[in-house]
Write a protein that binds this ligand. Structure first.
Ligand SMILES: Cc1cc2nc3c(=O)[nH]c(=O)nc-3n(C[C@H](O)[C@H](O)[C@H](O)COP(=O)(O)OP(=O)(O)OC[C@H]3O[C@@H](n4cnc5c(N)ncnc54)[C@H](O)[C@@H]3O)c2cc1C
Length: 366
């Protein structure tokens, strides 16, 4: 495994670690099926990984409330629930019922989608545990920057890292928000662009939340297993109706503007948080793909190379399923997925000339 900086130094270091099925990220069909299968994958993976590495990844599976504070949010949530509730346990509850679950919620809550179970973990700890687990299974982790690929005819046989060449049977390219470099190496479109996101960790002396809270416009609010509260994120929300949070931007600088905005959103949902202190502000870039779906699989016309990138806002959630899909290619297995893996194959971009990321960067939920 070749890493140019440090394990968990990219997008994954900043993620909330929310493994949510509802929301706008998983659309009907293969996307939703993939999200469900990925979610289920963590239930076995987490105890295995924790036992293997001795690391606690702060995994929790509480209920969740997806709140509507205005008519547009209510319409969006209810429309989504019409099809989602046929596939997963979820129902619409009134504002009063939502406040019975969490009495500190603002009176402005009109209603919510209630899920008896959702999940969240610490994405940085997950990265470290996965890397350690891979080492314990024989993987070698080297600090190297891949600068190009070694090609013999239509076969990729290794990677170039500056002056050094490393040969291998199959190259798996998973460079997150840096993925556009792969397009030159492969001479094939890899439409991925960084999209900035910021979030806050708060210290608050009040009781922890009994559930994971999110809203389409105001984002998430989670009491983590370590006692800190996560609120966020910026990037692509209706609330972010200013250029600072729109579109694509490779920038990992925390901003005062985002901090102010995130605190305001949190207070809109739970006014008691006025007593909370900001203990950490995180800023990272998501690997936004042009259709917001991951790009996983073989590259048309080339052997010996696979792409695993473009996971946009769901790269933590989709990590175990991506690994299974890649392993199926590498080892020639044919596992039964509940979705068609070809939906996410790079081939869908074969004819793409100049990707426009504007639509992909709208209505982001995580
Ligand atoms: C604020 C925020 C909140 C988020 N919340 C969630 C969430 O709740 N749930 C969720 O599922 N997702 C969430 N995400 C999205 C998630 O973080 C990403 O989808 C995911 O981390 C992408 O993982 P990755 O491994 O593809 O990329 P990365 O984590 O960026 O890893 C890529 C790695 O490749 C290395 N690399 C790049 N180029 C080279 C090279 N040439 N040579 C060697 N190494 C290289 C980089 O250094 C980096 O370490 C969030 C993101 C942000 C920013």
């Amino acid at each position: 495994m070749l890493e140019k900086d440090a394990i968990g130094s990219g997008s994954s270091a900043h993620a909330t670690g929310l493994l949510s099925i509802l929301g706008t990220e998983f659309t009907p069909g293969d996307s939703f099926a993939m999200g469900r299968e990925a979610y289920a994958g963590f239930i076995d993976l987490v105890p295995q990984l924790q036992d293997l590495t001795g690391m606690d990844i702060l995994y929790q599976r509480p209920p969740a409330l997806r709140l509507a504070l205005d008519a547009d949010e209510e319409r969006l949530i209810r429309e989504s629930l019409e099809w989602q509730s046929k596939l997963v346990p979820a129902e619409w509850i009134s504002g009063a019922d939502a406040r019975r679950i969490e009495p500190r919620l603002t009176e402005a809550v009109r209603g919510a989608a209630y899920e008896p179970e959702s999940a969240q973990l610490d994405s940085y700890r997950l990265n470290l545990a996965l890397a350690r687990g891979a080492e314990l299974h024989g993987a070698q982790i080297l600090t190297r920057t891949v600068t190009s690929l070694v090609r013999q005819g239509s076969r990729i046989t290794g990677v170039v890292c500056g002056d050094e060449t490393i040969s291998c049977g199959t190259v798996v390219l998973a460079p997150g928000p840096w993925a556009d470099a792969c397009a030159d190496w492969l001479q094939f479109p890899v439409p991925v662009s960084p999209m900035k996101g910021e979030r806050l960790l708060l210290s608050y002396s009040g009781a922890p939340l009994p559930c994971i809270i999110s809203s389409p416009v105001r984002g998430h609010m989670i009491s983590r297993v370590d006692g800190l509260w996560s609120v966020g994120s910026t990037g692509g929300r209706d609330y972010d109706d200013r250029d600072a949070f729109r579109g694509v931007d490779f920038d990992r600088q925390p901003t005062e503007q985002a901090k102010f905005e995130l605190i305001q959103r949190a207070l809109d949902v739970l006014p008691d948080l006025a007593d909370a202190d900001v203990v950490e502000q995180l800023a990272g870039s998501r690997p936004l793909s042009v259709d917001r779906k991951p790009i996983i699989g073989t590259v048309p016309g080339l052997d010996g190379v696979l792409l695993a990138t473009g996971h946009s806002t769901k790269g933590i959630h989709l990590a175990p399923i991506t690994a299974r899909m890649i392993a199926a290619h590498v080892f020639g297995d044919t596992p039964a997925f509940t979705f068609d893996p070809e939906t996410f194959a790079p081939a869908r971009f074969a004819e793409m000339k100049s990707p426009d990321f504007h639509d992909a960067g709208q209505g982001v939920d995580e």
